[in-house]
Design a binder for this molecule. Structure first.
Ligand SMILES: *Cc1c(COP(=O)(O)O)cnc(C)c1O
Length: 366
């Protein structure tokens, strides 16, 4: 069986260090906002070359708190992509803000910058570009629209930790970058965790208050906040992996290169990789008109595959009242949802496994 992600292989490689880090937390018993959380914040900030990073409970809260910290309120419109995980738009809705979905560039699966400006209204306050599957969005035109209209840019980097756009690390291009340490993400822990990075001191201060019940000084509360702190044990685990994140991402890029060499089936479109970007392959996602046939053949051969995402957000019941909510409204996203197929992808996947998977794809018959 080849799974989509094999977390055990990485754990066994890092076991000694991770076990020691976890035991050290248990030994020190400083479980809430302890030294590992502040060290990890400093290390993640340094990795990105920005002054601030704030640990929170998960990637969804990273987005939610970033929107709050940047002043998003009920009634504000937030432009984002419909081809993403629900969390990206869910957080806008939870604040009473309105997600406005703009169609994707079918080549990159990311928000199409050419369609962005037409969606801006006087109520628009922010854009959430999502670097989907590890591929950086084309940020320059997005930032340009944001600057012209005075909009905040919150990057959803949950699938793209360490990816680079024209040499710059994603998460540092807008006002805040949000990441998730969910176990299957490129930089991950063994439970839930997340982080917001920002160059702005005021945003950093607001995030620290929001994650801790609206409190900067103990038992003094300036706003309604959340219990959304990054767990100390999870922070200790992420620190072990952060030291290796570039090698882990290289492992994914190596696997992607092997897939590219081995998959030869006509009609299958391999993932696009922009020359001036460093894609970090959270997923290796094909476009195919034969999705069912290929999935069937893979399953028969004991190989996992997955569809991210089968229903674009503008067609989800929860967003039935959004401006574009009918079939056909955002055709590129709907077409991608019908034709995408993600293959097993993790840094430790072997050349032999990729060959086996590719052989099944190349040889699948009706
Ligand atoms: C995983 C993910 C999130 C949410 O992260 P959690 O830690 O699961 O809350 C948000 N956006 C995208 C694009 C994701 O893939």
């Amino acid at each position: 069986m080849i799974p989509m992600v094999d977390l055990r292989r990485q754990y066994l490689q890092l076991k000694e260090e991770i076990d020691a880090a976890v035991l050290d937390v248990l030994d020190k018993t400083q479980f809430i906002l302890g030294p590992n959380v502040s060290e990890l914040e400093a290390e993640v900030a340094r990795y990105h070359g920005v002054p601030h990073a704030v640990g929170v409970a998960n990637g969804t809260d990273a987005l939610l708190l970033a929107l709050r910290a940047l002043g998003i309120e009920a009634g504000d419109e937030i432009i984002t992509t419909p081809f993403t995980f629900i969390a990206t738009a869910e957080v806008a809705g939870l604040l009473g803000a309105v997600p406005v979905f703009v169609d994707i560039d079918p080549k990159t699966f990311n928000l199409d910058p050419a369609r962005l400006e037409a969606a801006v209204t006087e109520k628009t306050r922010a854009i959430i570009p999502v670097h989907l599957f590890g591929q950086p969005c084309d940020m320059d035109p997005i930032l340009d629209v944001a600057r012209r209209h005075g909009l905040k840019v919150i990057e959803d980097c949950a699938q793209a930790f360490g990816a680079r756009y024209k040499g710059r690390i994603v998460g540092t291009l807008g006002h805040a970058g949000c990441t998730s340490f969910f176990p299957s993400k490129n930089l991950a822990c063994y439970g839930d965790g997340g982080m917001v990075i920002t160059a702005d001191e005021e945003t950093d201060a607001a995030l620290r208050v929001l994650r801790n019940h609206g409190s900067a000084v103990r038992y003094t509360h300036s706003t309604l906040g959340y219990n959304s702190r990054l767990d100390e044990i999870q922070a200790a685990i992420v620190r072990v992996k952060l030291r290796r994140i570039d090698a882990l991402n290289e492992g994914r890029r190596r696997a992607a290169g092997l897939y590219r060499k081995s998959i030869r089936r006509t009609g299958v479109v391999l993932p696009y990789e922009a020359e001036d970007c460093r894609h970090v392959y959270h997923q290796f996602t094909l476009l195919t008109d034969e999705r069912e046939r290929l999935q069937e053949a893979l399953t028969k051969a004991g190989i996992a595959s997955a569809v991210y995402y089968p229903i674009p957000l503008h067609l989800q019941e929860v967003f039935r009242n959004s401006a574009a909510c009918r079939h056909g409204d955002l055709p590129a996203s709907e077409d991608a949802a019908r034709r995408v197929l993600s293959l097993p992808m993790f840094p430790e996947i072997t050349e032999e496994e990729i060959q086996r998977i590719s052989d099944v794809i190349n040889g699948a018959t009706a």
